[in-house]
Design a protein around this ligand. Structure first.
Ligand SMILES: Cc1ncc(COP(=O)(O)O)c(C=O)c1O
Length: 408
């Protein structure tokens, strides 16, 4: 097993714009501030069915790569959508409905009133729409069902049938658009403008900044839980994160900077080489779009444009960027599924494992291990950001359906 990681082609760049300041800079407060974070964490903890997702120590893997500890935050059971994205899009839907109902009534209402369905008649007249690779759309569809509005989701040619069906199962109308992700974004915006629908996007762009802030604030629930779950609450020394449009990395980075200041861990973002917009942007010290010509199997990370808000945070707060091809995805999913010696098997989707895959590759490649400062004292936090969000793709890569793994 070691050989595939040792020989993997993983590219690394250290962030030349990293800001080592102890105090959280005021301009970043405008992207993700403490009031926004606390409101999101308080509200999401009141949602029906909320409970922290598990944090598993991967002792056997930590031993094999000679680091002190690896903690894997397993988002596979995060509410019904089964990914960390459930914390973002659905929360933005709730905030949007609060704003819309308040506007229509001419007075401010609370999130609790949206949550308990007090204005169900008004919310049922609202339609939210988004373009998606899968997980964000699933979260928006689930949020729309939960908070009582209609939902239209735009998917592109490469989104799997399984992921389409999952969104439909939450009651969303799903429209498949010829072309790629960018074409689905364009179509969603056109149709929303024509029909008076509200776009709920996880990425920000000129003129669209409010809801993506709520999305990022929602994601911070995951890191807050993880810090509380690590034994003795010792801070991790480094965190590996998957990167798509950068919202996840920005949320984790902003929270850690505010919570831990100078003791914040080293942050390492991992992307597919086919869609490495964060890596390319950091290399150029400005936002760079990547034209995706080949889809990665890491479907959730197949994103060619960095979110404007996320970029503001990521360029200051993330230490390192890695990119890699798809070769390590199947082996890493299988490694988690076949955990032995009394440890719980972990069901992780294709976009959940790049962080762990990159950690293994980096640990076994001497130059990279040194460059990332990995050593016997390293305590590594990893986010398993999704479960088997397409069971058939999971079976093709792992050799068993997710239910068979969990039953073992
Ligand atoms: C499972 C999974 N992990 C990580 C990410 C990356 O998140 P972001 O696009 O906010 O960078 C995504 C994005 O959809 C995802 O679906």
């Amino acid at each position: 097993m070691e050989a595939i990681y040792r020989n993997a082609d993983v590219r690394h760049i250290k962030n030349p714009c990293f800001n080592p300041a102890v105090d959280y800079p005021a301009d970043l407060n405008g992207i993700l501030g403490s009031a926004l974070i606390m409101e999101a964490q308080d509200e999401i903890s009141r949602w029906d069915g909320y409970s922290p997702t598990p944090l598993y120590p991967l002792c056997e893997i930590a031993g094999a790569i000679d680091v002190k500890a690896i903690y894997y935050k397993d988002e596979s059971r995060r509410f019904a959508p089964g990914s960390f994205k459930a914390l973002g899009g659905a929360y933005a839907v709730e905030q949007l409905l609060k704003r819309e109902v308040s506007r229509r009534l001419g007075r401010e209402i609370s999130l609790g009133e949206i949550r308990n369905g007090r204005y169900a008649k008004l919310t049922s007249g609202v339609t939210v729409a988004t373009a998606t690779d899968g997980n964000h759309g699933r979260s928006v569809a689930w949020g729309a069902a939960r908070f009582g509005c209609s939902c239209v989701i735009y998917i592109h040619r490469h989104v799997s049938e399984g992921r389409c069906a999952a969104m439909e199962s939450f009651g969303a109308r799903v429209i498949r658009v010829e072309g790629n992700y960018d074409d689905s974004v364009r179509q969603a915006r056109l149709d929303a403008a024509k029909n008076g629908w509200y776009i709920v996007s996880d990425t920000s762009y000129p003129g669209y900044m409010t809801l993506p802030r709520y999305v990022m604030a929602g994601y911070t629930v995951m890191i807050k839980e993880a810090l509380e779950q690590i034994p003795d609450r010792t801070a991790p020394t480094c965190v590996f994160l998957q990167g798509g449009c950068g919202g996840l990395a920005a949320a984790i980075a902003g929270y850690l900077w505010q919570a831990l200041g100078e003791h914040r861990p080293r942050l390492i973002v991992v992307e597919p080489v086919q869609a490495d917009c964060l890596y390319q942007s950091v290399s150029a010290c400005r936002r760079v779009d990547v034209n995706i010509t080949e889809e990665s199997s890491m479907a959730g990370l197949s994103c060619g444009e960095v979110s404007i808000l996320a970029w503001g945070m990521v360029q200051a707060a993330v230490n390192d960027f890695l990119s890699m091809n798809d070769d390590l995805i199947g082996p890493t999913m299988r490694l988690l599924a076949r955990r032995q010696n009394g440890t719980t098997p972990i069901v992780a989707g294709e976009s959940a494992v790049p962080g762990l895959a990159a950690l293994l590759a980096a640990s076994w490649q001497t130059g990279l291990r040194d460059a990332l400062d990995l050593g016997v004292d390293s305590q590594v936090l990893i986010f398993g950001t999704e479960g088997a969000t397409d069971p058939q793709i999971y079976k093709n890569l792992v050799g068993a359906y997710p239910g068979e793994i969990c039953a073992e």
